[in-house]
Design a binder for this molecule. Structure first.
Ligand SMILES: NC(=O)c1ccc[n+]([C@@H]2O[C@H](COP(=O)([O-])OP(=O)(O)OC[C@H]3O[C@@H](n4cnc5c(N)ncnc54)[C@H](OP(=O)(O)O)[C@@H]3O)[C@@H](O)[C@H]2O)c1
Length: 244
């Protein structure tokens, strides 16, 4: 059987863990999972690499080792790792945390997208880059300046890469996953209401059971990546389509 390859960041929990579980069920996939945490799952299809994207020197030094060569019929990169960061107004942000937030949400997926395209440009295969963005990319939220701006920037980076590759086998998507019941949402609900005036809305989502499960969102992302020709635009929001 000709193999497929998935490189997935932020595989250790939340949405990434649900995406990992979805692809572990697909026999043809080899998976490289990259997070700080190693899960240690007993599954020969998964290789795990621990990298802290807060420190880009480490990622830069390991970049050339992350993209295995092979006669793959399909290669997919999902840049899913992300961090809401410190929820504070501009003027009260800590410089070190600003740098870390930009490293994790923007520069790490930019490095990985660039290296993925370089590694697989000559491979005759289906090739997809899926950068997980957010509705916050186009909606300013008080206290979320770093998160909103890094998510907007990765969406634009993805659109430019797509434009450059109109006549190639690469497809690029920037996908908003909706509001998903993960640790990130828990972190958001712990913010100070003075820094984050919309906090009550987010608490109500949880109380009312309005959050999507990571599994349901992972199923939609998997559908999108398997049926990429049904999705013409680079910018996608999983809330805009239902599974057949
Ligand atoms: N949850 C939502 O409502 C929501 C809404 C819109 C967009 N998103 C986006 O969806 C993606 C997944 O979010 P989630 O809700 O699943 O978040 P999560 O539960 O907090 O998981 C984040 C993942 O990113 C990894 N990660 C975080 N910091 C990292 C670092 N410094 N280096 C390497 N890996 C790191 C984590 O692994 P380790 O801790 O093991 O490193 C974890 O696997 C993110 O890009 C997020 O911005 C989420």
């Amino acid at each position: 059987m000709q193999k497929s390859l998935l490189i997935l960041t932020g595989h250790s929990k939340g949405l990434g863990r649900a995406i990992l579980d979805t692809y572990l069920k697909k026999d043809e996939f080899e998976i490289v999972g990259i997070s700080r945490t190693i899960l240690g799952l007993e599954d020969s299809k998964l290789s795990e690499i621990s990298i802290d994207f807060g420190d880009l020197d480490v990622l830069e030094n390991k970049l050339s080792d992350l993209f295995p060569a092979g006669d793959f019929k399909e290669v997919i990169l999902i840049n899913n790792a992300g961090w809401i960061g410190e929820i504070k107004a501009v003027g009260s942000l800590q410089v070190r945390m600003m740098r870390e937030n930009v490293n994790i949400n923007l520069l790490a997926p930019m490095y990985l997208t660039n290296a993925f395209v370089a590694a697989y440009k000559d491979l005759d295969a289906k090739k997809i880059i899926c950068n997980i963005s957010s509705g916050a990319a186009s909606k300013p939220m008080e206290g979320w300046s770093k998160y909103c701006s890094t998510k907007a920037a990765i969406a634009m980076f993805t659109k430019v890469a797509a434009k450059e590759n109109t006549n190639s086998q690469f497809r690029f998507f920037s996908v908003a996953p909706g509001i998903v019941d993960t640790e990130m949402q828990h972190e958001i609900r712990l913010a100070d209401g003075l820094d984050f005036p919309e906090i009550e809305r987010f608490k109500t989502y949880k109380e009312n059971g309005d959050l999507s499960t990571p599994e349901s969102v992972a199923a939609k992302i998997s559908y999108l990546l398997q049926n990429e020709n049904e999705f013409k635009e680079v910018i996608q929001d999983v809330r805009d389509f239902d599974l057949p």
